[in-house]
Design a protein around this ligand. Structure first.
Ligand SMILES: Nc1ncnc2c1ncn2[C@@H]1O[C@H](COP(=O)(O)OP(=O)(O)O)[C@@H](O)[C@H]1O
Ligand SMILES: [Mg+2]
Length: 234
């Protein structure tokens, strides 16, 4: 039975789609069968993987009539694109059975969760096994994370991943505070992922951090290794 892992933060631009592509591909490279799904109709994580989606046959068609909409984007990694107008229709039962089927077929279902309220996101948060939260090490993000923990889905948070890290005095201080805060909570706080032009270049080429031999990427691969370890051993 597969596990649903949702990458979630109500803020944009913190690295949800970037984490989704690197985590999903990392698990696929470890030979797990992985589905990457999004509730974001821009399908950013697909584009970041070098794919494209134009047709209007996406997740809605899949939910409603079980059409085969998946795009096999890497070995062991299927992307399920989403079209715009999935919202507002009473699809709950179908969405639930769709995820049940996916769990039978895949080891991990990674959800790149859009920061909006809609039926799909609500259901995803209800049924997800774990939530991974990328954050920036700044005042607003760290305030946001303590609020997120108080919500119902807060109990499902297994990992916090500081991303776009710049080694400033303030960021280091925020990291230290978070470390104290999450000590003994069971929530993993990963090593901060540095902000690096390498990630931008990879995104530009539609590649993941596992697809370059650049020596400088090793630091990122090590941190993502920590995150993958948390998922696999969790
Ligand atoms: N570690 C990083 N270093 C440099 N750029 C990054 C890093 N992580 C993400 N980015 C860039 O930041 C932008 C926002 O990331 P994205 O994953 O799209 O965030 P979100 O999905 O939360 O809106 C993208 O342009 C992405 O390429
Ligand atoms: Mg995104």
């Amino acid at each position: 039975m597969g596990k649903i892992i949702t990458i979630k933060n109500n803020k944009g631009g913190v690295g949800k789609s970037t984490l989704s592509k690197n985590i999903a591909h990392g698990l696929a490279m470890l030979n797990y069968k992985v589905a990457l799904i999004t509730s974001d109709s821009q399908n950013d994580s697909l584009i970041l993987l070098g794919g494209w989606f134009e047709s209007n046959k996406g997740f809605k068609a899949f939910i409603q009539s079980n059409e085969d909409v998946r795009i096999t984007i890497r070995e062991n990694l299927d992307y399920y694109p989403i079209e715009t107008d999935i919202f507002g229709i009473n699809l709950k039962t179908k969405i639930l059975s769709t995820f049940k089927n996916l769990k039978e077929k895949y080891d991990y279902i990674i959800v790149d969760c859009a920061p909006v309220f809609n039926t799909l996101n609500e259901i995803i948060l209800e049924i997800t096994d774990e939530i991974i939260v990328p954050i920036k090490l700044d005042k607003l993000s760290t305030a946001g994370i303590t609020r997120l923990l108080e919500k119902a889905e807060g109990k499902k948070i297994t990992q916090i991943v500081p991303n776009l890290f710049r080694k400033t005095k303030i960021s280091i201080e925020y990291y230290k505070n978070l470390k104290d805060f999450f000590k003994d909570t069971g929530v993993l706080l990963s090593t901060p992922i540095p902000e690096t032009v390498l990630e931008e270049q990879l995104s530009e080429k539609g590649k993941t951090i596992w697809e370059t031999s650049s020596k400088k990427i090793e630091e990122l691969q090590e941190i993502y290794g920590e995150i993958l370890g948390g998922i696999i051993n969790g």
